[in-house]
Design a protein around this ligand. Structure first.
Ligand code: EPZ
Length: 421
């Protein structure tokens, strides 16, 4: 069984490069199927979610080639097919094929998507958006299979009950080829949505307002080939900033985009954690003494839920009590018992609230990654802990942190893959 072994306490210096955003790439690849010719996506991160998506895309008789970080997708000979349960359960982003296949064929057969076990992960907002556009949905409860079809899709106004990232993107996909105008109100404003809307517009779609809470889509008949580059992963970047605050020695995060990480930067400032930003990126060194802070995860541009779990590790090193509230997911605290086993002083008030008292010494130990960002948090904990940490179930981590072992080794971490029964 492949595991990650870390010997903590090493100073980290030098340069770290950030890959393309997972949460954009996993939508840009399905989006390519809307074009009627060969598309090219640059800066695709080398993560297992990428490979899982390739399997689904190839199943639909679409040609996929990859050369380093460039993915070429050609849907010229594409066929509509049922996406099998094992593939659609591999990752949450498989639901993006619903919006794409609905737009292209007006008929989709798919199983409920999988993903991290951080919550029930419903897709009701996606489905009600499709119904608003004129689709009918048959849901076979026993095997979680959905059949979604429409004689035609007609533009309408859709008010999202929650600014859901996935629902915003999926409804945008379906609306690109609907008749007339679709307005998505209370749309998610995450930067990844702008990246995806830009790609669709390059294919000939007519989308305005991406990145704001109101997105207007005028349906078009045809969408042609286009090329796009994935924007940098603000969550990967933010995770390395947190690591730099704990162990950095002039650690540089190259091409760090301050504008998409303002919530994190303002929290670091409030805590008295120093960093410097210049034209080449962000430079950060370990701050020995910093203040506790209250964190409440929110939709963009609030503090991102995907940085919440790694942030809890930083809070164990603050001088005093920090209050942490997770408002997006209902089960994003599974890493906490492992942190307390390592010596952290964390009161798990309930599945959405923590009281973290620092500064505590963490000691290395045997831990399990429970989900992607929880696993990221355990890597951060292992890097600062005294002694050795062995992380199991690391497939969760490899889903979304590109080349995490080699990137950390390059800046001085003592971290490696090991084989252990
Ligand atoms: C995206 O998930 C990201 N995943 C998540 O990142 C991220 O945490 C989340 O957005 C919020 O930023 C991808 O982009 C692949 P949501 P998504 O729809 O789209 C509820 C990571 O670590 N909801 O904004 O699934 C849902 O239960 C992953 O990279 C409904 O109730 O998130 C949750 O409580 C984890 N009904 C909340 O909304 C729906 O139909 C946020 O969901 C859809 C969502």
């Amino acid at each position: 069984m492949k595991k990650i072994k870390i010997v903590g306490g090493k100073k980290l210096s030098g340069e770290i490069t950030i890959g393309g955003a997972k949460n954009s790439a996993v939508a840009l690849m399905p989006a390519s199927l809307l074009a009627d010719g060969p598309c090219e996506i640059k800066n695709v991160p080398d993560i297992s979610d990428r490979d899982a998506l390739f399997e689904i895309i190839r199943l639909l008789d679409v040609k996929v080639e990859i050369e380093k970080d460039v993915v070429r997708i050609d849907s010229t000979n594409m066929n509509n097919k049922l996406i099998p349960e094992d593939l659609s359960h591999k990752l949450r982003a498989s639901y993006y094929f619903i919006g794409v296949l609905l737009a292209k064929y007006k008929y989709v057969e798919v199983f409920f998507p999988g993903g991290c076990n951080i919550g029930s992960r419903p897709i009701n907002l996606h489905l009600s958006g499709f119904e608003a556009l004129g689709a009918t949905i048959t849901h076979c409860e026993e095997n979680h299979k959905y059949i979604i079809k429409a004689d035609e899709l007609i533009g309408t106004t859709i008010n999202l009950g929650f600014a859901s990232v996935g629902a915003t993107i999926n409804i945008m996909f379906a609306a690109t080829k609907a008749k007339g105008i679709t307005i998505i109100k209370n749309a998610a404003k995450e930067p990844e949505i702008i990246n995806i809307a830009d790609y669709l517009n390059l294919m000939g779609a007519k989308i305005k307002g991406a990145g704001t809470s109101e997105i207007i889509i005028e349906g078009v008949k045809k969408m042609h080939a286009a090329n796009i580059s994935v924007l940098p992963d603000r969550i990967e970047a933010g995770t390395y900033v947190l690591i730099g605050a704990l162990l950095g020695e002039n650690l540089r995060i190259v091409d760090f985009e301050a504008k998409t990480n303002e919530a994190l930067l303002s929290k670091l400032k409030d805590m008295g954690i120093k960093y410097h930003i210049d034209e080449k990126g962000l430079i950060i060194s370990k701050t020995d003494n910093f203040k506790p802070i209250n964190i409440k995860t929110l939709v963009y541009p609030g503090f991102p839920t995907d940085l919440g779990q790694p942030m809890t590790v930083l809070l164990t090193q603050a001088n005093g009590k920090s209050y942490f509230e997770e408002t997006i997911w209902e089960n994003r605290m599974q890493h906490i018992p492992y942190l307390t086993d390592m010596g952290a002083n964390i009161e798990l008030v309930d599945n959405n609230h923590l009281i973290i008292t620092g500064k505590t010494k963490l000691k290395g130990g045997r831990v399990n990654a429970t989900d992607l960002r929880g696993g990221g948090a355990l890597v951060v904990a292992g890097l600062i802990a005294e002694g050795t940490t062995i992380i199991s179930d690391i497939e969760h981590i490899l889903r979304g942190y590109e080349k995490i072992i080699s990137k950390l080794k390059k800046i001085g971490a003592q971290i490696e893959f090991i084989e252990e029964d």
